[in-house]
Design a protein around this ligand. Structure first.
Ligand code: SF4
Ligand code: SF4
Length: 380
Protein backbone atom coordinates (compact mmCIF):
# COMPACT_ATOMS: atom_id res chain seq x y z
CA UNK A 1 0.00 0.00 0.00
CA UNK A 2 1.42 3.41 -0.96
CA UNK A 3 0.89 6.37 1.29
CA UNK A 4 0.11 9.90 0.11
CA UNK A 5 -0.29 12.69 2.66
CA UNK A 6 -2.68 15.50 1.72
CA UNK A 7 -2.01 18.56 3.84
CA UNK A 8 -4.16 21.68 3.82
CA UNK A 9 -2.00 24.80 3.59
CA UNK A 10 -3.68 28.02 2.55
CA UNK A 11 -0.78 30.46 2.29
CA UNK A 12 2.94 30.74 1.66
CA UNK A 13 3.49 32.24 5.10
CA UNK A 14 6.68 30.52 6.20
CA UNK A 15 5.67 29.21 9.62
CA UNK A 16 2.43 27.76 8.26
CA UNK A 17 4.21 26.05 5.37
CA UNK A 18 6.85 24.60 7.66
CA UNK A 19 4.29 23.25 10.14
CA UNK A 20 2.30 21.74 7.28
CA UNK A 21 5.33 19.98 5.80
CA UNK A 22 6.36 18.71 9.24
CA UNK A 23 2.86 17.30 9.66
CA UNK A 24 3.04 15.56 6.28
CA UNK A 25 6.45 14.06 6.98
CA UNK A 26 5.30 12.86 10.37
CA UNK A 27 2.24 11.16 8.79
CA UNK A 28 4.60 9.32 6.44
CA UNK A 29 6.65 7.99 9.36
CA UNK A 30 9.00 10.82 10.35
CA UNK A 31 12.00 12.60 8.92
CA UNK A 32 14.46 9.85 9.86
CA UNK A 33 12.98 7.73 7.06
CA UNK A 34 14.16 10.29 4.53
CA UNK A 35 17.32 11.86 5.95
CA UNK A 36 19.85 10.74 8.54
CA UNK A 37 22.46 12.72 10.41
CA UNK A 38 25.45 13.63 8.18
CA UNK A 39 23.81 12.33 5.02
CA UNK A 40 24.15 14.50 1.91
CA UNK A 41 20.71 15.33 0.57
CA UNK A 42 20.04 17.02 -2.77
CA UNK A 43 16.88 19.11 -3.03
CA UNK A 44 15.46 19.21 -6.53
CA UNK A 45 12.89 22.01 -6.86
CA UNK A 46 11.23 22.85 -10.18
CA UNK A 47 13.03 25.96 -11.44
CA UNK A 48 12.13 25.52 -15.16
CA UNK A 49 13.67 28.78 -16.44
CA UNK A 50 13.40 30.92 -13.33
CA UNK A 51 10.32 33.09 -12.93
CA UNK A 52 9.17 35.20 -10.01
CA UNK A 53 7.31 33.10 -7.38
CA UNK A 54 4.05 34.99 -8.00
CA UNK A 55 3.86 33.47 -11.51
CA UNK A 56 3.53 30.01 -9.91
CA UNK A 57 5.86 28.39 -12.45
CA UNK A 58 8.49 27.31 -9.93
CA UNK A 59 8.50 25.63 -6.51
CA UNK A 60 7.73 28.39 -4.02
CA UNK A 61 10.70 29.55 -1.87
CA UNK A 62 8.70 29.03 1.33
CA UNK A 63 8.31 25.31 0.52
CA UNK A 64 11.96 25.02 -0.45
CA UNK A 65 13.12 26.84 2.68
CA UNK A 66 10.89 24.83 5.02
CA UNK A 67 12.17 21.50 3.67
CA UNK A 68 15.74 22.80 3.94
CA UNK A 69 15.28 23.75 7.59
CA UNK A 70 13.61 20.43 8.46
CA UNK A 71 16.49 18.47 6.89
CA UNK A 72 19.18 20.60 8.50
CA UNK A 73 17.51 20.12 11.88
CA UNK A 74 17.66 16.38 11.21
CA UNK A 75 21.43 16.72 10.82
CA UNK A 76 21.62 16.34 7.02
CA UNK A 77 23.94 18.28 4.72
CA UNK A 78 21.75 19.93 2.11
CA UNK A 79 22.52 21.20 -1.39
CA UNK A 80 20.07 22.08 -4.16
CA UNK A 81 19.67 22.70 -7.84
CA UNK A 82 18.00 22.07 -11.16
CA UNK A 83 19.08 22.43 -14.75
CA UNK A 84 16.84 25.07 -16.28
CA UNK A 85 15.64 24.80 -19.86
CA UNK A 86 17.68 27.90 -20.76
CA UNK A 87 20.35 29.90 -18.96
CA UNK A 88 22.33 29.22 -15.83
CA UNK A 89 21.01 27.57 -12.68
CA UNK A 90 22.16 30.37 -10.36
CA UNK A 91 20.42 33.09 -12.35
CA UNK A 92 17.21 31.06 -12.64
CA UNK A 93 17.28 30.16 -8.92
CA UNK A 94 17.76 33.83 -8.04
CA UNK A 95 14.75 34.86 -10.10
CA UNK A 96 12.68 32.11 -8.51
CA UNK A 97 13.55 33.46 -5.04
CA UNK A 98 15.41 30.32 -4.03
CA UNK A 99 18.90 31.72 -3.54
CA UNK A 100 17.69 34.05 -0.79
CA UNK A 101 16.17 31.10 1.06
CA UNK A 102 19.32 29.03 0.46
CA UNK A 103 21.58 31.81 1.75
CA UNK A 104 19.67 31.94 5.04
CA UNK A 105 20.80 28.37 5.73
CA UNK A 106 24.09 28.70 3.90
CA UNK A 107 23.30 25.84 1.54
CA UNK A 108 25.06 25.72 -1.80
CA UNK A 109 24.08 25.05 -5.36
CA UNK A 110 25.04 21.54 -6.41
CA UNK A 111 26.76 20.81 -9.72
CA UNK A 112 24.08 20.61 -12.42
CA UNK A 113 26.46 21.67 -15.17
CA UNK A 114 28.74 18.65 -15.35
CA UNK A 115 27.12 15.56 -16.86
CA UNK A 116 28.06 11.98 -16.02
CA UNK A 117 27.22 9.18 -18.47
CA UNK A 118 25.43 6.20 -16.99
CA UNK A 119 24.03 2.96 -18.38
CA UNK A 120 20.81 1.78 -16.85
CA UNK A 121 20.03 -1.75 -17.96
CA UNK A 122 16.58 -1.72 -16.33
CA UNK A 123 15.39 1.06 -18.66
CA UNK A 124 12.08 0.55 -20.52
CA UNK A 125 12.91 3.08 -23.19
CA UNK A 126 16.32 4.46 -22.44
CA UNK A 127 19.40 2.76 -21.14
CA UNK A 128 21.88 5.57 -21.43
CA UNK A 129 21.60 8.89 -19.70
CA UNK A 130 23.81 11.83 -18.99
CA UNK A 131 22.90 12.96 -15.50
CA UNK A 132 24.00 15.98 -13.48
CA UNK A 133 26.96 15.28 -11.22
CA UNK A 134 24.93 16.67 -8.31
CA UNK A 135 22.94 13.44 -8.19
CA UNK A 136 26.11 11.37 -7.70
CA UNK A 137 27.61 13.77 -5.17
CA UNK A 138 24.74 13.10 -2.78
CA UNK A 139 23.35 10.15 -0.84
CA UNK A 140 19.74 10.86 -1.81
CA UNK A 141 17.44 13.22 -3.66
CA UNK A 142 14.30 14.84 -2.31
CA UNK A 143 12.11 16.11 -5.12
CA UNK A 144 10.03 19.29 -4.82
CA UNK A 145 7.71 19.39 -7.85
CA UNK A 146 5.08 22.02 -8.63
CA UNK A 147 1.49 21.13 -9.52
CA UNK A 148 1.09 22.29 -13.15
CA UNK A 149 -0.33 21.45 -16.54
CA UNK A 150 2.03 20.44 -19.35
CA UNK A 151 1.67 20.57 -23.15
CA UNK A 152 3.23 17.22 -23.99
CA UNK A 153 2.50 15.03 -20.97
CA UNK A 154 -0.69 16.82 -19.87
CA UNK A 155 0.46 17.23 -16.31
CA UNK A 156 3.90 17.84 -14.80
CA UNK A 157 4.29 16.26 -11.42
CA UNK A 158 6.55 14.15 -9.26
CA UNK A 159 7.90 11.90 -12.03
CA UNK A 160 8.61 14.61 -14.57
CA UNK A 161 10.42 16.82 -12.06
CA UNK A 162 13.59 14.71 -12.40
CA UNK A 163 13.98 15.71 -16.08
CA UNK A 164 15.85 18.73 -14.68
CA UNK A 165 18.63 16.33 -13.63
CA UNK A 166 19.60 16.09 -17.30
CA UNK A 167 22.02 18.96 -17.91
CA UNK A 168 21.14 21.88 -20.22
CA UNK A 169 20.67 21.35 -23.91
CA UNK A 170 20.75 17.55 -23.65
CA UNK A 171 17.10 17.78 -22.67
CA UNK A 172 16.26 19.04 -26.17
CA UNK A 173 17.92 16.00 -27.72
CA UNK A 174 15.44 13.73 -25.95
CA UNK A 175 12.57 15.66 -27.50
CA UNK A 176 14.07 15.17 -30.93
CA UNK A 177 14.79 11.49 -30.39
CA UNK A 178 11.47 10.75 -28.69
CA UNK A 179 8.74 12.91 -30.23
CA UNK A 180 6.04 10.45 -29.19
CA UNK A 181 4.52 11.38 -25.79
CA UNK A 182 4.44 7.72 -24.71
CA UNK A 183 8.11 7.13 -25.57
CA UNK A 184 9.06 10.38 -23.89
CA UNK A 185 7.14 9.37 -20.76
CA UNK A 186 8.87 5.98 -20.67
CA UNK A 187 12.21 7.77 -20.79
CA UNK A 188 11.11 10.00 -17.88
CA UNK A 189 10.12 6.90 -15.94
CA UNK A 190 13.52 5.31 -16.65
CA UNK A 191 15.27 8.46 -15.48
CA UNK A 192 13.17 8.58 -12.34
CA UNK A 193 13.79 4.90 -11.62
CA UNK A 194 17.50 5.53 -11.86
CA UNK A 195 17.52 8.62 -9.61
CA UNK A 196 14.92 7.25 -7.19
CA UNK A 197 14.18 10.27 -4.99
CA UNK A 198 13.42 9.21 -1.44
CA UNK A 199 10.60 11.63 -0.96
CA UNK A 200 8.43 13.91 -3.10
CA UNK A 201 6.86 17.05 -1.66
CA UNK A 202 4.60 18.78 -4.15
CA UNK A 203 3.84 22.47 -3.93
CA UNK A 204 0.16 22.75 -4.79
CA UNK A 205 -0.66 25.70 -2.55
CA UNK A 206 -0.95 27.55 -5.82
CA UNK A 207 -0.82 25.33 -8.89
CA UNK A 208 -1.03 26.28 -12.55
CA UNK A 209 -3.93 25.48 -14.87
CA UNK A 210 -4.43 26.11 -18.59
CA UNK A 211 -1.40 26.88 -20.76
CA UNK A 212 1.28 25.36 -18.47
CA UNK A 213 3.99 24.70 -17.58
CA UNK A 214 4.99 28.38 -17.95
CA UNK A 215 2.18 30.33 -19.56
CA UNK A 216 -0.84 29.14 -17.59
CA UNK A 217 -2.89 30.77 -14.85
CA UNK A 218 -2.17 30.40 -11.12
CA UNK A 219 -4.83 28.34 -9.38
CA UNK A 220 -5.21 28.29 -5.62
CA UNK A 221 -5.39 24.65 -4.54
CA UNK A 222 -4.37 25.03 -0.85
CA UNK A 223 -2.54 21.72 -0.77
CA UNK A 224 0.84 20.11 -0.17
CA UNK A 225 1.19 16.47 -1.15
CA UNK A 226 3.90 14.18 0.20
CA UNK A 227 4.77 10.63 -0.74
CA UNK A 228 7.66 8.32 -1.44
CA UNK A 229 5.64 6.83 -4.33
CA UNK A 230 5.68 9.29 -7.28
CA UNK A 231 3.05 7.33 -9.24
CA UNK A 232 0.61 7.39 -6.33
CA UNK A 233 1.29 11.07 -5.73
CA UNK A 234 0.75 12.04 -9.38
CA UNK A 235 -2.35 9.82 -9.63
CA UNK A 236 -3.82 11.46 -6.53
CA UNK A 237 -3.27 14.92 -8.02
CA UNK A 238 -4.90 13.75 -11.26
CA UNK A 239 -7.98 12.67 -9.30
CA UNK A 240 -8.01 16.00 -7.45
CA UNK A 241 -8.14 17.90 -10.74
CA UNK A 242 -10.71 15.54 -12.24
CA UNK A 243 -8.31 13.89 -14.68
CA UNK A 244 -8.04 10.15 -15.32
CA UNK A 245 -4.52 9.13 -14.12
CA UNK A 246 -4.31 6.57 -16.92
CA UNK A 247 -4.39 9.44 -19.43
CA UNK A 248 -1.10 10.78 -18.05
CA UNK A 249 1.64 8.75 -19.75
CA UNK A 250 4.18 9.16 -16.93
CA UNK A 251 1.68 7.74 -14.44
CA UNK A 252 0.65 4.87 -16.71
CA UNK A 253 4.22 3.79 -17.52
CA UNK A 254 5.43 4.55 -14.00
CA UNK A 255 3.13 1.84 -12.72
CA UNK A 256 4.04 -0.54 -15.55
CA UNK A 257 7.68 -0.09 -14.62
CA UNK A 258 6.97 -1.05 -11.02
CA UNK A 259 7.75 2.40 -9.66
CA UNK A 260 4.47 2.66 -7.74
CA UNK A 261 0.72 2.42 -8.17
CA UNK A 262 -2.04 4.61 -9.54
CA UNK A 263 -4.80 2.26 -8.34
CA UNK A 264 -7.10 3.99 -5.88
CA UNK A 265 -7.51 0.85 -3.77
CA UNK A 266 -3.72 0.58 -3.31
CA UNK A 267 -3.23 4.16 -2.14
CA UNK A 268 -3.66 5.07 1.50
CA UNK A 269 -4.63 8.75 1.70
CA UNK A 270 -3.49 10.38 4.94
CA UNK A 271 -4.09 13.82 6.39
CA UNK A 272 -6.92 16.04 5.22
CA UNK A 273 -10.09 15.08 3.39
CA UNK A 274 -9.62 14.49 -0.37
CA UNK A 275 -13.03 15.96 -1.23
CA UNK A 276 -12.17 19.27 0.39
CA UNK A 277 -9.50 19.82 -2.33
CA UNK A 278 -11.41 18.47 -5.33
CA UNK A 279 -11.15 20.97 -8.19
CA UNK A 280 -13.61 19.69 -10.77
CA UNK A 281 -13.23 22.77 -12.97
CA UNK A 282 -9.39 22.85 -13.02
CA UNK A 283 -8.51 23.86 -16.59
CA UNK A 284 -6.77 20.95 -18.29
CA UNK A 285 -7.35 18.87 -21.42
CA UNK A 286 -9.10 15.75 -20.04
CA UNK A 287 -8.86 13.67 -23.23
CA UNK A 288 -6.21 10.96 -23.68
CA UNK A 289 -2.85 12.18 -25.03
CA UNK A 290 -2.62 11.94 -28.82
CA UNK A 291 0.90 10.84 -29.59
CA UNK A 292 3.09 12.07 -32.40
CA UNK A 293 4.39 9.24 -34.59
CA UNK A 294 6.85 9.68 -37.42
CA UNK A 295 6.44 8.17 -40.89
CA UNK A 296 4.45 9.07 -44.02
CA UNK A 297 1.01 7.83 -42.97
CA UNK A 298 1.55 8.97 -39.41
CA UNK A 299 2.40 12.49 -40.60
CA UNK A 300 -1.03 12.61 -42.23
CA UNK A 301 -2.64 11.64 -38.91
CA UNK A 302 -0.44 13.92 -36.81
CA UNK A 303 -1.66 16.98 -38.66
CA UNK A 304 -5.26 16.00 -38.08
CA UNK A 305 -5.14 14.75 -34.50
CA UNK A 306 -2.16 16.10 -32.55
CA UNK A 307 -2.37 19.62 -31.06
CA UNK A 308 -0.12 22.22 -32.66
CA UNK A 309 1.54 25.32 -31.22
CA UNK A 310 0.74 28.78 -32.59
CA UNK A 311 1.76 32.32 -31.65
CA UNK A 312 -0.63 35.03 -30.50
CA UNK A 313 1.12 37.67 -32.61
CA UNK A 314 0.14 40.69 -30.53
CA UNK A 315 1.70 39.11 -27.42
CA UNK A 316 5.02 38.18 -29.07
CA UNK A 317 7.99 40.45 -28.37
CA UNK A 318 10.21 38.79 -31.03
CA UNK A 319 12.78 37.64 -28.48
CA UNK A 320 13.56 34.55 -30.58
CA UNK A 321 13.84 32.18 -27.60
CA UNK A 322 11.32 29.79 -29.17
CA UNK A 323 13.43 29.69 -32.35
CA UNK A 324 16.66 28.99 -30.54
CA UNK A 325 15.05 26.31 -28.34
CA UNK A 326 13.26 24.39 -31.12
CA UNK A 327 15.09 21.04 -31.32
CA UNK A 328 13.75 20.15 -34.81
CA UNK A 329 16.22 20.14 -37.68
CA UNK A 330 15.41 22.12 -39.77
CA UNK A 331 13.73 24.43 -37.25
CA UNK A 332 9.97 24.22 -37.17
CA UNK A 333 9.62 27.74 -35.78
CA UNK A 334 11.76 30.34 -37.50
CA UNK A 335 12.15 33.95 -38.52
CA UNK A 336 11.16 34.43 -42.15
CA UNK A 337 14.23 35.59 -44.12
CA UNK A 338 16.03 35.63 -40.76
CA UNK A 339 14.30 38.92 -39.95
CA UNK A 340 14.31 39.06 -36.14
CA UNK A 341 12.02 42.07 -36.06
CA UNK A 342 9.09 39.89 -37.13
CA UNK A 343 6.95 37.34 -35.32
CA UNK A 344 8.31 33.81 -35.93
CA UNK A 345 6.43 31.48 -38.25
CA UNK A 346 5.77 27.73 -37.99
CA UNK A 347 6.46 25.02 -40.52
CA UNK A 348 4.32 22.21 -39.15
CA UNK A 349 5.88 19.68 -41.53
CA UNK A 350 9.07 19.94 -39.46
CA UNK A 351 7.36 20.18 -36.08
CA UNK A 352 7.67 17.15 -33.79
CA UNK A 353 5.10 18.60 -31.31
CA UNK A 354 7.49 18.58 -28.37
CA UNK A 355 5.97 21.91 -27.20
CA UNK A 356 9.36 23.19 -25.99
CA UNK A 357 8.54 26.52 -27.67
CA UNK A 358 5.25 26.80 -25.73
CA UNK A 359 7.02 25.78 -22.51
CA UNK A 360 9.75 28.36 -22.86
CA UNK A 361 8.06 31.50 -24.24
CA UNK A 362 8.59 34.22 -21.59
CA UNK A 363 5.48 36.10 -22.73
CA UNK A 364 3.16 33.07 -22.70
CA UNK A 365 2.42 34.00 -26.32
CA UNK A 366 2.46 30.42 -27.59
CA UNK A 367 -0.74 28.42 -27.24
CA UNK A 368 -1.83 24.98 -28.33
CA UNK A 369 -4.56 24.47 -30.90
CA UNK A 370 -6.57 21.25 -31.15
CA UNK A 371 -7.12 20.23 -34.80
CA UNK A 372 -10.72 20.47 -36.02
CA UNK A 373 -11.09 16.74 -36.73
CA UNK A 374 -9.93 15.80 -33.24
CA UNK A 375 -12.40 18.25 -31.72
CA UNK A 376 -15.21 16.56 -33.64
CA UNK A 377 -14.08 13.09 -32.60
CA UNK A 378 -13.67 14.18 -28.99
CA UNK A 379 -17.20 15.52 -28.92
CA UNK A 380 -18.77 12.26 -30.19
S1 SF4 B 1 9.47 33.02 -27.39
FE1 SF4 B 1 7.45 33.95 -27.37
S2 SF4 B 1 7.80 36.13 -27.34
FE2 SF4 B 1 9.74 35.17 -27.94
S3 SF4 B 1 9.67 35.16 -30.19
FE3 SF4 B 1 8.82 33.21 -29.53
S4 SF4 B 1 6.62 33.60 -29.41
FE4 SF4 B 1 7.59 35.57 -29.48
S1 SF4 C 1 8.02 24.27 -33.23
FE1 SF4 C 1 7.76 24.00 -31.03
S2 SF4 C 1 6.63 22.10 -30.85
FE2 SF4 C 1 7.44 22.15 -32.92
S3 SF4 C 1 9.38 21.07 -32.81
FE3 SF4 C 1 9.83 23.22 -32.50
S4 SF4 C 1 9.79 23.54 -30.29
FE4 SF4 C 1 8.81 21.57 -30.70
Amino acid sequence: MSKVALIRCESYEYDIVKRSIERGISLLGGVSLFAQKDENILLKPNILVGDAPKKCVTTNPAVFKAVTEILINAGANVTYGDSPAIGKTLKAAKKAGLTRAADEFNIKLADFKTGIDVFFDKGLQNRKFTIAKAVFDNDAVISLPKLKTHGLEKFTGAIKNQFGCVPGVLKGEFHLKLPDADDFAKMLVDLNKFIRPRLYIMDGIYGMEGNGPRGGTPKKMNILLLSSDPVALDATVCRLINLNPEYVPTTKYGMQAGMGTYLKEDIDLLGDDFDSFFAEDFKIDRKPVKSFKSGFFSDFLNHRFVSKPYIETEECVQCGICVSMCPANPKAVFFKDNDKSTVPLYNYDNCIRCFCCQEICPESAIRLKTPFLRKIINSI
